[in-house]
Design a protein around this ligand. Structure first.
Ligand code: NDP
Length: 277
């Protein structure tokens, strides 16, 4: 009789994590690819993050996803960073590698790009892109967005200095500028990505309908039942292409799963299952 191997252990660390869809998504990926693993939620406050993550791996855990507010602390914790995590200065995926070292990756940018380009069919090359917000999520997607060669990438933020600082930091990678909402030019963008957490607090953004044309792709990284305040604003002002962040969520998860397991799951059936819940 052979020894029954325990399933490999994965999970998500954040604060809070209670609302997370990640166990559902990784559960479906595992089933689809025939991988034996578990995926659990760990609600860990900032003061305990480092110890909790190290304990997880010391006890044999194989990989973690990291979410708000630990992505930057995770970049400091790991032994090595992938190039894209290094550029982002933030880690959303940790893996124990073959040499017993922790590797930190950031799959958020790739996840957003895959959803925009492959699932939605949005052209980024030559586009005028507006990104709302200058927090961790924006930091993670700037370099991948600039690599697609937009004509311009504007970052607008409630605190304008954070937007200009971020733009300065990424200036060598492409045509990026930062400003406050009030300083935005009154002309339509081709793509608007909402990377603020305003919607989480039920707050709306000081946007003008002039930023929007009917064909503008309006992408909210936030997600939930029904419209978000940003997708509602987009639709109310004539956008026919407003999307929530479920696709990015599933695509960044698929990137993490591929890194951990060496097999790429199909995202479409999982996205469909998520949208049907
Ligand atoms: P951060 O806390 O790092 O940044 C929050 C940003 O939102 C800041 O720019 C902040 O502006 C802005 N903001 C907050 N409240 C308001 C408001 N009332 N009005 C205007 N601006 C506001 O968060 P993250 O960058 O990590 O995450 C942002 C969002 O993206 C979250 O909702 C998160 O869930 C989502 N996300 C989704 C992913 C997905 O896979 N779909 C992946 C990653 C993130 P200021 O600088 O002025 O404080």
């Amino acid at each position: 009789m052979g020894m029954q191997r325990e399933p490999d252990r994965y999970g998500l660390m954040g604060h809070p994590v209670g609302h997370s869809w990640s166990p559902f998504i990784h559960g479906l990926f595992a089933k689809q690819t025939g991988q034996s693993l578990t995926y659990k939620l760990f609600d860990v406050p900032p003061a305990r993050f480092r110890a909790a993550a190290l304990e997880f791996f010391a006890a044999g855990g194989r990989g973690l996803n990291i979410t708000v507010p630990h992505k930057q602390a995770a970049a400091d914790l790991v032994n090595r960073l992938t190039a894209r995590a290094d550029v982002a200065g933030a880690v959303n995926t940790i893996m124990m590698d073959g040499k017993n070292e922790l590797l930190g990756d950031n799959t958020d940018g790739a996840g957003l790009l895959r959803d925009l380009q492959l699932n939605i069919g949005c052209k980024l090359q030559g586009a005028r892109i507006l990104v709302l917000g200058a927090g961790g999520a924006t930091r993670g997607v700037l370099a991948p967005l600039l690599e697609t060669r937009p004509v311009s990438l504007t970052i607008a933020n409630r605190t304008p200095e954070r937007a200009t600082e971020l733009a300065d930091e990424f200036a060598l990678q492409g045509p990026v500028v930062g400003c406050g909402f009030a300083d935005l030019p009154h002309e339509p963008f081709d793509v608007i990505v909402n990377a603020t957490s305003a919607g989480l607090h039920g707050e709306s953004l000081p946007l003008s309908p002039g930023h929007l044309a009917p064909e503008t792709v309006c992408y909210d990284m936030s997600y939930g039942k029904g419209d978000t305040s940003f997708t509602r604003w987009a639709r109310d002002n004539g956008s026919t292409r407003a999307y929530k962040g479920f696709g990015m969520l599933v695509e960044q998860a698929a990137e993490s799963f591929s890194l951990w397991r060496g097999v790429r799951p199909q995202t479409r059936p999982v996205l469909e299952a998520l949208l049907a819940v």
